[in-house]
Design a protein around this ligand. Structure first.
Ligand code: NAP
Length: 356
């Protein structure tokens, strides 16, 4: 696809799937002067009409086939449940529509390969809607790490947990719709691990299955090259810390959760001496006082940076798509298709490790 040469005209979005995230995304797009939603379709016409009433005026199409043929649409935002992504994305690409597809990109690596091959063969822009990567806080964290602020990165502990009510009718708990903690939530820490530590190999993984036969809790250990290690956890049914903590040879960086849309970083460099929780469990005597002083020194060095979201957090990924379209790029350097592929392969490997 060539660049959108009329740089002064808005980029025209079509939306497939008028559910929860589509409403959030459309609200974000509403604050961008060079974006317009011109079309929507959804499984139920009533959902699409309600969406159009709220965010329109726009065309309400009867089905995906009609929307992807709409000549006014430059780029399609796929916001249907996980099991629909491969169909809706391929349909869009086959009509030479650029695509931003919600995470998880597809259900498995085989489907992702099919989409990536199609996009590359046609030279049409395609990107996973991993909005986390385009938040200012993640950008700042990457910048701090690249500047050596915490030395050489060696570890990552990242969690993304929500406590959703058990509802067999919800897509989250429906195996046929690609439900489960790994695909819906685990994809965030695993994508972050790929971004900050490099390509992963799954060293081990465990899941706890729930009554609807989706994984409700998941823990994954990945290695990244010879000297880096990540622990990623996610849960659909438990409360978690939702932070990501990057450990380096010279300090640590806490990306305060929720990791999909963080707004605060806490980072500290530390002396060579080991850190203990001396002030939480004071040891009497001189040794205890020395430890307490050390911990106070380290905490005094901790810097807290507030890094606000732009709008509701969806603007970053939308801006990236529009920047790429105007520049004539077929892939985003910030969320490359190869990284999406690697993460899908990790998700497959986790399932291979945990299959009973
Ligand atoms: N980036 C983020 O922050 C974020 C947050 C949440 C979810 N997500 C991702 O976004 C996607 C949608 O999630 P959501 O929470 O918005 O889901 P949702 O509220 O259930 O909405 C899904 C939409 O897809 C339609 N749909 C439902 N089942 C369908 C089916 N079997 N076939 C075709 N269409 C169907 C629904 O249509 P009708 O209403 O017309 O029936 C609805 O408009 C998922 O892939 C999810 O992982 C991303």
């Amino acid at each position: 696809m060539g660049p959108l040469t009329h740089s002064e005209r808005p980029i025209r979005w079509g939306v497939i799937g008028a559910g929860g995230v589509a409403h959030g995304f459309a609200t974000g797009l509403g604050s961008l002067p060079d974006a317009r939603i011109v079309a929507v379709t959804s499984r139920r016409p009533s959902s699409a009409r309600a969406f159009a009433t709220r965010f329109g005026p726009m065309q309400v199409h009867h089905g995906v086939d009609e929307l992807v043929r709409d000549p006014l649409v430059d780029v399609v935002y796929v916001a249907t449940p996980n099991h629909r992504h491969v169909h809706d994305t391929l349909s869009s690409l086959r009509h030479d529509k650029a695509v931003l597809c919600e995470k998880p990109f597809t259900l498995d690596a085989e489907q992702t390969h099919a989409v990536v091959d199609e996009a590359r063969r046609r030279g049409v822009f395609c990107m996973e809607a991993m909005w986390m990567r385009f938040t200012p806080a993640i950008g700042r964290a990457a910048q701090l790490i690249a500047s050596g602020a915490i030395g050489e990165v060696r570890t990552l502990h990242a969690d993304f947990s929500v406590r959703a009510p058990l509802d067999p009718a919800s897509r989250l708990f429906d195996p046929a719709m690609g439900g489960g903690a790994l695909l819906d939530l685990g994809v965030y820490p695993l994508s972050l691990a790929d971004m900050l530590l490099g390509p992963a190999t799954v060293a081990g993984a465990r899941v706890v299955m729930g009554p609807t036969r989706v994984d409700e809790h998941v823990a994954v250990v990945t290695t990244h090259g010879d000297d880096r290690l990540a622990v990623s956890t996610a849960s659909l049914r438990a409360v978690g810390h939702n932070d990501a903590v990057v450990g380096g040879t010279g300090g640590s960086l806490r990306i305060c959760g929720p990791i999909c849309r963080p707004t605060r970083l806490v980072w500290s460099t530390c002396p060579d001496e080991p850190v203990t929780r001396a002030d939480d469990h004071p040891t009497p005597g001189r040794r205890g006082r020395r430890h307490a002083a050390l911990v106070r020194r380290i905490r005094a060095r901790a810097r807290v940076e507030r890094v606000p979201l732009r709008g509701n957090g969806y603007e970053g990924e939308a801006l990236e798509v529009m920047r790429c379209l105007r520049a004539g790029l077929a892939e985003s350097p910030g969320m490359p298709l190869d990284a999406t592929l690697r993460t899908m392969e990790v998700l497959d490997a986790v399932r291979a490790h945990t299959r009973t």
